[in-house]
Design a protein around this ligand. Sequence first.
Ligand code: B12
Ligand code: SF4
Length: 491
Amino acid sequence: MRAKLILPALTEAKSPFFRPVKYSLFPPLGLATLAGYLDPEDAVTLTDEHVEQVELNDDPELVAIQVYITSARRAYELADHYRARGAHVCLGGPHVTSLPREAAQHADTVFLGPGEDTWPRFLADFRAGAPARTYRSRDRTLAGHPLPRRDLIKRHLYLTPNVLVASRGCPHSCDFCYKTPFFAGGKGFYTWAVEDVLTQVESLPGRHLYFLDDHFFGNARFAAEVCEGLVGMGRVWQAGGTVQAALDRPLMEVAAKAGLRSLFIGFETLSEANLRGCNKPQNLHRDYEAAIRQLRDLGIMVNASFVYGMDEDDASVFERTVEWAVRQGVETATFHILTPYPGTKLHWRLTAQGRILSQDWDLYDTRHAVFQPVHMSAQALEDGYWQSYRDFYRWSAIFQGAWAKTAWPGRLRHLALAGGWKKAEPIWDLIIRARRLPGVQPALEALLDRSGRRANGTGPVQRSVGGGLDLVEDRLRGGGQGDLAQPVLHR
Ligand code: B12
Ligand code: SF4
């Protein structure tokens, strides 16, 4: 069988103002996962339109497209194109799960929820000549499932090609998050076996890993076991987790020892009323500042994520939030405008209140206000959002954040990080367009490694597959390197 898997580009990717840096970070792990269920004799291609052109003149028999809300328009175009050419077109992913009827107008088959149970069922039906129109995920386990087909990932097109997940979903249920609707109808949080995670790690070249789990520490015991297995493997890695996890000293100690060097944390808001309003009790009464201090002690950098536009926010929220983050010495921050993804509780509530302003999915990118906020205008929300980025990444704030650290190495790292990542975006864009990303990966690994080792006292790391880092470290010792230690994620 000839199968084609596509991650369509979001609409803005076609704009001349497109910043390729964000979309050259992670390869499409979900589609590589689906490819794992195909037969070895199937001819399969995987195309990520953010980093390469889609060949439109081919004739696959089966086309599978992953649909995010902001790429829905392009996904439907591609789906219509391949249906017109006679292919059987399958659509799945978060947006299809939220709006299956919309997606079904462009597909032969739609999939709701994760694909590990539905996709193999579909493949059997398709080969038997009787595919159904809709498959809904029910059985949530990863036990005994094939590993993702990493051979299909064009590693040289990505800065962080070693992506993996140890778990799926999240034990929490925040009202604005995709998690609850996407995992409806079955378990909302489950994990790979520890051994399977470590086997995947062993198969990955180089040293850097990015765990794309919604909440890597969602099951503390499981996460600790994975970390114990990673100790001594010489890896440096990044992941996402909650404030609650960051405050768990023993867990963070073993994670740091295992190579965790930066943690993406959803602080979301500094207001307790907002936390209650969005059903995020796990952040309530947590000492955010203590969490940041603890991570810093252990050599784990913080990528702090904030959401603007919750019901208690007024126009003062932007300045207060940025000022707080700078004062804490947070290395990188991502700001988001609250976005009511269809299917979420937030969406139902705002719809019932008549506050949704736009149904243009292209605008559901967390940079546009698509609903009416309570204490400010939609325009003020957008303006404040952009102002926050400018304020957080202005040089005076970068210096102030750096000086929140007591020692020089931390200060220099902060300067390199904020300056090297956010301020040097045009340079990264040039590197990407020149297809030179693999050249900078060792620098990323070395920098992450050195920053954490200094803080948590782990000895020289073992060399893993790929090696060659000693040389890079020697070069880096002179200092002054730009840094990509905190690729921008979002939640
Ligand atoms: C990494 C990531 C990115 C990366 C790249 C994604 C990539 N290369 O795949 C980057 C940074 C580029 C990115 C960008 C954005 N992202 Co993003 N991203 C993620 C993240 C953290 C991990 C994705 C992943 O690899 N998961 C693990 C794999 C194994 O699962 P999966 O990809 O979901 O695939 C499974 C299923 O979805 C399903 N499936 C998917 N497609 C199909 C197709 C078929 C036919 C079938 C059968 C099954 C199927 O089967 C797969 C196996 O179970 C998720 C959150 C999460 N943890 O999933 C958010 C997430 C997908 N992103 C999201 C959003 C909103 C965005 C942005 C709009 C954010 C922004 N502000 O710019 C942009 C736009 C992207 C676009 N193209 O339009 C939302 C999607 C919401 C929605 N309703 O669509 C999520 C859920 C985060 C969130 N909590 O809000 N993202
Ligand atoms: S926002 Fe974070 S903590 Fe809340 S449900 Fe989503 S992944 Fe879990």
